[in-house]
Design a protein. Structure first.
Length: 384
């Protein structure tokens, strides 16, 4: 495992490389985003892979479920879902979960400095319905089980060390995780209709074997102040979301992304993107399709990631099979659209460490089956 000096992750300026270049230029979003012109321009005609992209961008297929990854002997997993990129020498690695049950797990694809695939391999097996997750500042991948009383597994993207189940992070229907190296905590989403939003406070930063699981407490509105309360029994028989009075409910927690003192997370049940100002301890909506003037460009909100420009990229589960961009100026617009795959969903958006390539998967591809997943790369002039 290429464990860098992770104590540097305690400051925001040291976290950009570990998060694939997603350190933003400050949390300037201040109101629910509205439709407007994309900073990348309109979408073009579908390319040979059925992807509509702005001018200057190109796509390629990296892997297909049930087929060997090009140039390797490794067979790519079914139902690719959440993912992240990690630096590896002069190249990088893209990690992808498998949302099947039983089986689950996660796989990795290794790239050299020119972007050519040099290897692919399994990093987690024998788990259940691994949906999303998150990268750590010390270059491990947290793979989360989206099942009742599911676990978080800490895995090695480099394929050296065995995965470790992190019981202290709680047993619930996990979705995504996002690290906050400034406060030395992890934020966690829960994918149920009356789910909660959590943070995990490790006893020792860099070691997830012990710590406190806390739940966000707030009023019933869409904005206000919040606080954290300890979950008394993170692994108990009583659901974590029912253990703390006043815990705020969210309708189907999905993706989660941290940058520059702000954490964003999505709730698919009501097509919202939420924003927490961590210094002020306030929350509000960054996007709500019910508050959009005109046609809403973003529906079925799911996985979320960010670019160094401050742009958020939100993948759709359904909708028009798009990845939409939300700019720091609160404009939301399509960035790409996958044609001919209406029975699928877009998963696992993640940038390469230099910010020039975006990886994502269509979980069920053109077949509409978990055996038809396709993992893509998009290259082009992303804003910095």
């Amino acid at each position: 495992m290429e464990r860098r000096t992770f104590l540097r992750g305690a400051v925001v300026s040291g976290s950009a490389a570990a998060f694939g270049g997603t350190l933003m230029h400050g949390a300037t979003h201040a109101a629910p985003a509205q439709p407007g012109p994309s900073p990348y321009g309109p979408l073009g005609s579908p390319d040979a892979r059925g992807i509509r992209l702005p001018s200057g961008f190109t796509s390629r297929i990296i892997a297909r479920s049930g087929q060997q990854v090009g140039g390797t002997s490794y067979t790519w997993h079914r139902a690719p879902d959440g993912g992240a990129c990690f630096p590896s020498g002069s190249g990088w690695i893209y990690v992808s979960n498998s949302e099947v049950n039983p089986g689950g797990g996660a796989s990795a694809v290794r790239f050299n400095s020119s972007g050519s695939v040099t290897g692919a391999y399994r990093i987690l097996s024998g788990t259940r319905q691994n949906c999303a997750g998150g990268a750590t500042p010390w270059n491990t991948w947290l793979s989360c089980e989206e099942v009742d009383r599911g676990y978080v597994y800490e895995t090695d993207p480099y394929g050296v060390n065995a995965p470790v189940r992190r019981d202290a992070m709680g047993r619930f229907k996990h979705e995504a995780a996002a690290a906050d190296p400034q406060r030395r905590v992890f934020y966690l989403t829960e994918d149920v209709g009356d789910g909660c939003f959590y943070r995990f406070v490790p006893d020792t930063w860099g070691d997830l074997s012990a710590g406190r699981l806390q739940v966000l407490r707030a009023g019933s509105g869409t904005s206000g102040s919040f606080s954290w309360a300890n979950v008394p029994d993170p692994g108990g028989s009583t659901a974590t979301r029912h253990q703390v009075s006043g815990a705020k409910r969210f309708n189907g927690g999905e993706g989660c992304h941290y940058a520059g003192g702000t954490v964003w997370f999505t709730t698919k049940g009501d097509n919202r993107v939420w924003r927490l100002n961590l210094a002020a301890q306030t929350y509000e909506l960054a996007y709500d399709d019910s508050l959009v003037s005109g046609t809403d460009p973003l529906t079925g909100v799911d996985n979320i990631t960010g670019a160094s420009s401050g742009d958020l990229f939100v993948a759709e589960d359904g909708g028009n099979m798009e990845i939409c961009v939300i700019t720091p100026d609160d404009v939301v617009a399509p960035f790409l659209r996958v044609e001919g795959q209406s029975s699928s969903e877009i998963c696992g958006p993640a940038f390469s460490p230099d910010g020039t390539r975006l990886y994502f998967s269509s979980q069920r591809g053109t077949s509409g089956s978990s055996s038809g997943g396709i993992t893509y790369e998009v290259s082009g002039p992303f804003r910095r």
